[in-house]
Design a binder for this molecule. Structure first.
Ligand code: ADP
Ligand code: ADP
Length: 228
């Protein structure tokens, strides 16, 4: 359902962040994206949600050619995607519930349905007891859970996550990873950039490894490094 063919990305400064990347991801797959800093991992995710436009090649998601979607129709793509970025931007003077409500309103969910939908996603991440808290009253791990809840508001078929366990302690990291595995078990495709070698080596999933913009490895149950 996601198909990249010879995808390249060259930034205006001449840096080639990705060079001729090709791979397919079936609906319901879980994919770790690994590789050293600067390899192009974040850029790959950015192409998938059209934060950046590719320079060459094609990306098909569902029945849409991403590179052909006009700016005014991008919201349709974004509704199919749950996105968890490295830095979670929230409205600090809104409570957890209000932050989620804000997203639901932005995607046009009717007022009458908002409370129920917000509670449903907060329950999914085990944070329903925190809905009246402000974000800065939560730990980083708890904030990440809210970011995940927010990514789920549209019940997207695909979730993209950029290093969701960065800066978290081992216990929080494990909780966050378990959440993603559970989301995946319900049929959602998960594509996750991660440096969490322990997790990649323990819970074996498909691994895509990038190095200097090239796809150097695509293994069904790969480790963090080739010989791990
Ligand atoms: P990773 O996520 O694997 O650390 P990135 O995708 O962030 O790698 O970056 C890949 C390469 O592209 C790096 O050389 C980085 O400096 C460069 N790059 C990333 N974003 C931009 C940008 N907006 N403009 C120019 N170069 C960029
Ligand atoms: P990462 O942890 O993915 O390596 P970076 O710290 O390299 O992230 O980059 C942070 C942000 O800066 C990213 O959004 C990336 O697109 C952008 N960026 C990275 N390198 C460059 C660059 N050379 N020029 C402009 N923007 C860049």
């Amino acid at each position: 359902m996601i198909r990249l063919k010879n995808v390249s990305k060259e930034f205006e400064n001449g840096i080639t962040a990705l060079a001729k990347i090709s791979f397919d991801v079936a609906q319901g797959e879980f994919v770790y994206v690994v590789g050293p800093s600067g390899a192009g991992k974040s850029t790959l995710l950015k192409l998938l949600w059209r934060e950046e436009q590719l320079s060459a090649g094609s990306i098909v998601m569902g029945n849409a050619h991403l590179e052909k979607i006009p700016a005014h129709a991008l919201y349709k793509l974004r509704r199919q995607l749950g996105i968890v970025l490295q830095t979670d931007l929230f409205i600090p003077y809104y409570s957890v519930f209000e932050n989620i409500r804000y997203c639901l309103e932005a995607v046009g969910v009717k007022k009458a349905a908002i409370k129920e939908r917000a509670q449903a996603v907060l329950e999914q991440v085990g944070m329903e007891a925190y809905q009246d808290r402000f974000l800065n009253e939560l730990s980083l791990g708890q904030q990440k859970k809210i970011a995940i809840a927010r990514a789920l508001v549209n019940q997207p078929p695909v979730v993209l996550a950029d290093e969701p366990t960065a800066n978290l302690d081992a216990k929080s990291s494990l909780e966050i990873m378990k959440l993603f595995f559970r989301i995946n078990q319900s049929g959602t495709t998960v594509i996750m950039v991660t440096h969490d070698s322990t997790m990649v080596n323990t819970v074996r999933k498909r691994v895509l490894e990038l190095r200097a913009g090239k796809l150097v490895r695509d293994e069904v149950r790969g480790g963090f490094t080739r010989f791990a």
